[in-house]
Design a protein around this ligand. Structure first.
Ligand code: ZN
Ligand code: ZN
Length: 170
C-alpha cells in the first residue's frame, strides 16, 4: 500500500490496513508471518518533511537458535518516522547531522510506501536470537539428534574444543 501525498486532505490523514501473511512472506530467510498484520497510522505533511507514526500487530514464526524447532512470537511495534525528499536531503547535507536526523528516510516526494515500513518494523521487532525455551538443549553436533526430545550416546559433544585438540595429539 502506498499513501499518495497529494490525496491527503489538509496535509494529514490516517490509515489502517490488514496484510494477509502471504502478502509479505517470507519477510526474510528466518521470519515467517503466521497471522495477518494490522497496521494503523497517521501521516502529517510539514514544510519539507513527512511524519508517519503508527503501530503494527501480528504473530511470526522463527526457528529456535539451538534446536531449529519453530518458535512463535507476537510482533507488536510502534514506529515514528520522518521522511524528506532526496532533494531536501542533499541540501541539508552541509548541515551537521544530529542523531535525530540520522533516522530520517529519503523518499520520492510523492508517496509513502507502507509495505516497506511494515517489513522494516517486523525485522526490527523480532530478536535476532530466539530460543524455544530458556534451557533448550539444542542439537547434538555429532549425530544431529534433538536433545530436548531424545538422548544419544555421543560422548565428545561437550568437550571443550581446546581439549579435543589435545586429545587428538595423544
Ligand atoms: Zn530449541
Ligand atoms: Zn549425539
Amino acid at each position: 500500500m502506498r499513501i499518495e501525498l497529494e490525496n491527503l486532505e489538509g496535509g494529514k490523514g490516517s490509515f489502517t490496513h490488514v496484510y494477509e501473511p502471504e502478502d509479505l512472506n517470507p519477510v526474510d530467510e528466518r521470519i515467517r508471518l503466521i497471522e495477518p498484520v494490522v497496521v494503523k497510522g497517521n501521516v502529517r505533511l510539514a514544510r519539507t518533511e513527512v511524519f508517519v507514526n503508527g503501530q503494527i500487530d501480528t504473530r511470526a514464526q522463527v526457528e529456535c537458535d539451538r534446536c531449529l524447532q519453530p518458535v512463535e512470537l507476537p510482533v507488536i511495534a510502534a514506529f515514528d518516522l520522518e521522511y524528506i525528499t532526496g532533494r531536501d536531503y542533499e541540501s541539508s547535507e552541509t548541515a551537521e547531522l544530529t542523531d535525530a536526523e540520522l533516522s530520517v528516510s529519503v523518499f520520492d516526494g510523492e508517496a509513502i510506501d507502507v509495505d516497506e515500513i511494515v517489513k522494516e518494523q517486523i525485522l526490527l521487532a523480532v530478536p535476532t536470537r530466539m530460543l524455544c525455551r530458556e534451557d533448550c538443549k539444542g542439537i547434538c553436533p555429532e549425530c544431529g539428534i534433538d536433545r530436548n526430545t531424545g538422548e544419544c550416546t555421543c560422548v565428545t559433544n561437550d568437550i571443550d574444543p581446546r581439549w579435543a585438540a589435545l586429545k587428538k595429539l595423544s
